[in-house]
Write a protein that binds this ligand. Structure first.
Ligand SMILES: *[C@@H]1O[C@H](CO)[C@@H](O)[C@H](O)[C@H]1NC(C)=O
Ligand SMILES: *[C@@H]1O[C@H](CO)[C@@H](O)[C@H](O)[C@H]1NC(C)=O
Ligand SMILES: *[C@@H]1O[C@H](CO)[C@@H](O)[C@H](O)[C@H]1NC(C)=O
Ligand SMILES: *[C@@H]1O[C@H](CO)[C@@H](O)[C@H](O)[C@H]1NC(C)=O
Ligand SMILES: *[C@@H]1O[C@H](CO)[C@@H](O)[C@H](O)[C@H]1NC(C)=O
Ligand SMILES: *[C@@H]1O[C@H](CO)[C@@H](O)[C@H](O)[C@H]1NC(C)=O
Ligand SMILES: *[C@@H]1O[C@H](CO)[C@@H](O)[C@H](O)[C@H]1NC(C)=O
Length: 501
């Protein structure tokens, strides 16, 4: 579906309601710990931009400085030096050969000692790798490659946005630009910034901008790409985040701490000049919730990534072992619920039905999934995850090996795009995938549209009216009332597949 490439995000606007009454036969109900911003924004792989969202996410604009033009006048230069005084930095910013201050001139820049390779060929991301004498000044979003053997005057300056959704212009506009500036070996017209912090480890520059409020995007656009870029350094790597979001880094600290043993640097406000022998600017994303081992330096795979998650969250179960039916043990099933759209209107009956089949059911609403570590442990204790298409299904990454994912596909010709996000990636994670596509009888759309409306007779014609229309009609515009008999038939098969006689 083409709409895929027009994805954008929208905050939920519906009022919270219903869903609060859970039946007595729910064996386990998670305690709630409601985080409004997570519940409002935690959504789906289908995303859509609303203006208020853009405003929210782009608030960083006010704190970042503009990149320093290398040809700036000495007045502008002084302003920059002054601006850094409060953070107790020496006057080490760019000096021209006209500078009276000879302390600024490094005498060791004559020989080529750095190299820079960029790859702009992917439709998903731009990445640059550099080695040698690399100096990063966060506040101006400048990365200097000093005495570059690859120096060419015509492309001495390269600008990239370190977020892997290059095809989504609206998203990328919210991601801070990083300017990579090479200097020629022996250049005397440009004297690089002096290092205030020198590290012997590689640096990885990424962004927590984009859609990091959404768990699908957090994993797909940031964590998997960081794993691809940084895992090989065994924690000895400095992560530097543009569009730095303190809440985000705090929330995902467990994963970040396994990738790097050092706190993430807030690139937006950082006044230091940090020097590294190696830097990777921009992160790689290969496919939805996946990794292409051939494109990684160490042949990384999704099972390896899942092991990384298990270690980050100390998850105990590595794999599912079939539960014996004769001993009366019950396989555990986590039902991931949505509340404002694509909600299950007959949640209680659904829970009753799968309980009756023999599952031990864990019900998880948006408020339960917001504590990642706690929910990861819950998911890991389960054999099966069930949910209507949405970002909550991303939590499948915490299932043990051989677990089963059941995606309920809402009405509206949504089979392919839903599979693309949460079906196609599943086997490579070592999990099993089952799909349940709702019929026209199982959607609340039937309360709003007559049966002879194109919503029912030709849903694809709604897709053709554009992504906004598809979004508001089929993703935001319906709840699901499962046909219990039909659903039970599918879940009976799942039950048999995860149990043994
Ligand atoms: C550049 O990236 C593309 C797409 O990710 C990849 O296929 C290609 O091999 C890369 N080129 C180099 C020289 O690494
Ligand atoms: C880049 O420079 C480093 C040392 O600074 C060197 O070890 C490496 O081989 C160089 N890489 C390329 C592709 O020239
Ligand atoms: C600069 O241009 C050269 C030649 O076109 C190219 O090989 C090199 O990759 C470019 N470097 C960057 C950083 O864009
Ligand atoms: C710096 O030096 C170069 C070469 O010596 C000269 O062409 C250039 O005009 C000088 N720039 C300044 C700002 O003095
Ligand atoms: C995964 O499940 C299938 C079917 O139950 C079983 O044949 C296989 O041995 C399981 N694999 C692992 C690693 O548990
Ligand atoms: C949908 O409901 C109608 C009326 O209740 C019924 O006639 C029809 O068979 C149902 N269709 C499916 C696919 O269940
Ligand atoms: C779906 O259900 C929720 C909760 O009951 C409700 O707030 C929302 O308006 C419903 N949406 C649609 C499209 O029916």
């Amino acid at each position: 579906m083409k709409g895929r490439h027009e994805r954008a995000k929208k905050g939920w606007t519906g009022v919270a309601g219903g869903g609060g009454l859970l039946p007595l036969f729910v064996l386990i109900v998670l305690k709630t710990d409601f985080l409004p911003q997570v519940a409002r924004l935690g959504d789906t792989g289908f995303t859509k931009v609303a203006d208020e969202m853009v405003m929210k996410v782009s608030s960083f604009d006010s704190v970042v400085g503009a990149p320093v033009p290398l040809t700036s006048s000495s007045d502008e230069m002084r302003d920059h030096v002054d601006a850094s005084k409060d953070s107790n930095q020496p006057s080490q910013f760019l000096a021209m050969n006209g500078s009276k201050d000879s302390r600024l001139i490094n005498s060791d820049v004559a020989a080529p000692r750095s190299n820079l390779t960029c790859n702009f060929s992917s439709g998903t991301m731009d990445t640059c790798t550099m080695e040698g004498d690399i100096r990063i000044h966060g506040r101006t979003a400048m990365v200097y490659v000093v005495a570059s053997s690859d120096y060419r005057a015509e492309n001495a300056t390269t600008v990239i946005r370190p977020y892997p959704r290059k095809w989504e212009q609206a998203t990328m506009e919210r991601v801070r630009k990083i300017t990579i500036r090479s200097t020629a070996p022996g250049a005397t017209d440009i004297i690089p910034l002096r290092c205030t912090v020198t590290r012997d480890m590689p640096a990885v520059v990424f962004s927590t901008g984009g859609y990091s409020v959404n768990f699908f995007h957090t994993m797909n656009d940031i964590i998997i790409p960081l794993y691809i870029m940084a895992r090989e350094f065994g924690g000895h790597v400095q992560l530097l985040a543009a569009n730095y979001d303190h809440k985000w880094t705090a929330k995902y600290q467990s994963m970040l701490a396994v990738l790097s043993m050092y706190p993430v640097v807030d690139l937006d406000t950082d006044a230091a000049v940090r020097c590294f022998p190696v830097a990777l600017v921009g992160v790689q994303s290969h496919k939805v919730l996946g990794i292409n081992p051939a494109l990684t330096r160490n042949g990384y795979t999704m099972p390896g990534f899942l092991d990384f998650l298990r270690s980050a969250y100390s998850l105990q179960r590595h794999e599912v072992t079939p539960v014996s039916r004769s001993t009366g043990q019950r396989p555990r099933l986590v039902l991931v619920l949505r509340r404002k759209s694509r909600a299950l209107t007959n949640e209680a009956e659904v829970v009753a039905a799968v309980t009756e089949l023999g599952f031990e059911v864990v019900v998880a609403g948006p408020e339960d999934v917001s504590d990642v570590g706690r929910f990861a442990a819950v998911v890991n204790s389960c054999d099966v995850m069930v949910g209507v298409h949405g970002a909550g299904l991303t939590n499948m990454v915490f299932l043990p090996h051989n677990g089963t994912v059941v995606q309920i596909i809402p009405w509206g010709g949504m089979k392919w795009p839903c599979w693309y996000d949460y079906g196609e990636p599943v086997p490579a994670m070592g999990l099993r995938y089952v799909e349940y596509e709702v019929t026209a009888n199982e959607t609340t759309l039937k309360d709003r549209y007559p049966r002879d409306h194109p919503v029912f007779t030709d849903p694809i014609s709604i897709h053709r009216q554009g992504f906004n229309h598809l979004w508001s009609t089929f993703l935001n515009g319906q709840n699901v009332t499962l046909d219990i008999h039909r659903f039970k038939g599918v879940m009976q098969q799942v039950y048999l597949s995860v149990t043994a006689a």
